[in-house]
Every structure is written in structure tokens, then in C-alpha cells.
Design a protein around this ligand. Structure first.
Ligand code: TYM
Length: 330
């Protein structure tokens, strides 16, 4: 049976955090290694231009993030890894889709409203159009599956709205798109656990994949919890977050032991945090090691991106021919 296509993207923010990793990136690797999908992964460098960014360091950031993806285990022998801006069909399809998306659908996107509030001096057209480019990314490869964190749910719902409009207007072409979530679909900020972990929440709230072991330990030890194991069965968001990370990375026996202690109300959070810091650091160590290797071999990284571009481009060109024909373009 033909494998289904799966697409996902990440913005080159320079440094990925544990939310990106546990919500999406780790799953990119697991899904790739399952052998069940044609996996296409992109560094979406056009998307990240919609908020203020440093032009001088941008190329360097993109390459550094490509190194991160290879270090966590994205394997160019098994997946296509490429830069969005190097396959211009993304922008062409975005334009075609723009002609069928009501502006009102875009104005109601919560991420747009959020970003517009935070960047009120630069509410540019790209910011509003951001979700349509994301829809184009996915549909250009006729992808049916998209591994992402929970914060992308609304954008994926929009993808299905837009593709239905397209199919109604131009003929059945795109299949329904399905998100793939993990248990880490919403990793919370260490300092304000009612918010998601994000770089914009400040240094201490975020565990970066490239943090030193010492920094990881310090940030986890100072994370917000509560006054002690509660009578209620519901954990507070901060504690729940630490358990989620533990369960995703630790030996199940370790996570189980702390869970039992919590429910018996004998758990000391300092012990949970020490164990968690150890687990996170152990998990990140081989990733750091691989990163050190690749940093000294940028030539191979550029070659991998070039090969990825060629593979993505050949699928994109073929599909764009069909799409152009459907919408009446020569
Ligand atoms: P981005 O670059 O913000 O984040 C990349 C991935 O990380 C997930 N994520 C989280 N998951 C759990 N907990 C968190 N705290 C957390 N923070 C981030 C995101 O859900 C995402 O999966 N719009 C996308 C990029 C994109 C894309 C696409 C994704 C562009 N085109 C096509 C999928 C398909 C974004 O901003 O992700």
C-alpha cells in the first residue's frame, strides 16, 4: 500500500525549546522511524519573517536550526528536510489560496490576534496571511497528516476549511488533513504554568535544547510548583507539567514511583526536580554531542539542505502543474 504523506514545519527562531521538542520534533523523528509515512519537514523561514527579526544573523540561525533538527535525529535518508523559501511553489500556492479565503477567517485566528497585540508597531500583511502560507505548505505535498503541538490546532482546522472551499470550487483534489499530537502537546512555561512554554516568555521559563546541563538544572530547580501534594486528584499546572516531561523522557518505572509518592502525599518536589533535571540532561547529552560534530561540518549540512530542496521541489512542481491546471492557469 502507498505510504501517506506527512508534513510539518518549524520557524527558525535560533533555538528550539523543550516544548517544540516534546510537542512536535521528537514525534517527527518517531514518525520518520516508524517507516509508515513519507515525511517532509521544513524550516519555515518565510513564516518567521512576519515578526521583527535580525536580518544579519538570519542565515546563521536557519543553518543552526537545521543542525538542531539533524542532531535530534531527523535523517535525510528517511525524510525530506528543506528550507521553505527555496521552494517558491509554497508562495504561489499561498497566493492561489488567498483568492478563496475570506479575510474574516484570518482575522479570527487567535495566534494572529496574539501576535498583533504583541507586535502592534508591525502588524503587516504577512502576519495576517501567515496561516494561509501554512495551509499552502501542507497542501502543496498533498499531505494528510501533520504532527504539531496543540497551539496549531486552529490553523489545521482552517486548513480543512480552505481545502473544502478549494475542492468545491475547482474539483475534488485535496484530502482531509489530520493533526498528530503527542502527550507533550502543550508543554507549559516553567515560571507561569498557565501559559505555554515559549521563547517569548523569558529565559527562565524555557528549557532550550542547547542549554548547558547546569542551566537546565537551575531552571528546573526554580520552576513554579505549589505548596505540596494536594488532596484533590488534579495536579496543579506546574506540577502536572513536570510530570508530563518526566513521563515523556524517563524510564516508566521512575515516573511511576514519583506518581505513587505524589498520590500518597509524600513527594518532595525538590526530589522530583532533581530527578527530572537528570533525566532531561541525559536525554539531551547525545543530541549535544551530535550537534558538536555537525557544527564542524557545515558543508555536509548545506549539502543535505540542497538535496532536500531538490526532492521537495520535484514533488511541488508536479503537484503545482495539476493545481494550476485545476484553477485555469497555463
Ligand atoms: P512553531 O515554529 O511555533 O513551533 C514548532 C512546533 O512546536 C510546537 N510547540 C509546542 N508544543 C508543545 N508545547 C509547547 N509549549 C510548544 N511550543 C511550540 C508547535 O505546535 C509546532 O508544532 N505555524 C507553525 C510552523 C508551520 C507549520 C507549517 C507547522 C509553518 N507551516 C505546516 C506544520 C505544518 C509554528 O509556528 O510552529
Amino acid at each position: 500500500m502507498d505510504k501517506k504523506t506527512l508534513f510539518s514545519g518549524i520557524q527558525p527562531t535560533g533555538e528550539f525549546h523543550l516544548g517544540n521538542y516534546l510537542g512536535a520534533l521528537k514525534n517527527w523523528v518517531d514518525l520518520q522511524n516508524s517507516g509508515e509515512y513519507n515525511c517532509i519537514y521544513s524550516i519555515v523561514d518565510l513564516h518567521a519573517m512576519t515578526i521583527d527579526y535580525d536580518v544579519k544573523s538570519y542565515q546563521e540561525k536557519v543553518i543552526s536550526n537545521a543542525i538542531d533538527l539533524l542532531s535530534i535525529g531527523v535523517d535525510p535518508q528517511k525524510s525530506i528536510l528543506f528550507l521553505q523559501s527555496q521552494v517558491p511553489e509554497h508562495s504561489v500556492l499561498c497566493w492561489i489560496l488567498n483568492t478563496i479565503v475570506p479575510v474574516s477567517e484570518l482575522e479570527r485566528m487567535t495566534q494572529y490576534k496574539d501576535k498583533a497585540r504583541k507586535n502592534d508597531k508591525n502588524i503587516n500583511m504577512g502576519l495576517l496571511d501567515y496561516p494561509v502560507l501554512m495551509v499552502a505548505d501542507i497542501l502543496l505535498y498533498k499531505s494528510e497528516f501533520v504532527p504539531v503541538g496543540e497551539d496549531q490546532t486552529q490553523h489545521l482546522e482552517l486548513t480543512n476549511i480552505i481545502l473544502r472551499k478549494f475542492n468545491n470550487k475547482f474539483g475534488e483534489y485535496f484530502q482531509k488533513v489530520n493533526p498528530i499530537y503527542t502527550k507533550g502537546t502543550r508543554i507549559r512555561s516553567l515560571q507561569d504554568p498557565n501559559r505555554k512554554m515559549s521563547k517569548s516568555m523569558g529565559e527562565k521559563s524555557c528549557l532550550l535544547l542547547n542549554d548547558s546541563p547546569d542551566a537546565i538544572t537551575k531552571k528546573i530547580m526554580s520552576s513554579v510548583t505549589d505548596t505540596g501534594p494536594q488532596k484533590s486528584i488534579h495536579m496543579s499546572p506546574g506540577v502536572d507539567n513536570l510530570f508530563t516531561i518526566l513521563e515523556l523522557l524517563a524510564d516508566p518505572e521512575i515516573a511511576k514511583k514519583f506518581n505513587v509518592d505524589y498520590h500518597n502525599r509524600v513527594l518532595k518536589y525538590s526530589e522530583l526536580k532533581t530527578a527530572l533535571a537528570d533525566v532531561v540532561n541525559k536525554h539531551l547529552e547525545p543530541i549535544r554531542e551530535k550537534r558538536r560534530e555537525l557544527e564542524n561540518d557545515k558543508g555536509s549540512v548545506l549539502k543535505i539542505l540542497e538535496e532536500g530542496r531538490e526532492k521537495a521541489k520535484s514533488i511541488a512542481e508536479q503537484n503545482m502543474k495539476e493545481i494550476k491546471n485545476l484553477v485555469g492557469l497555463i
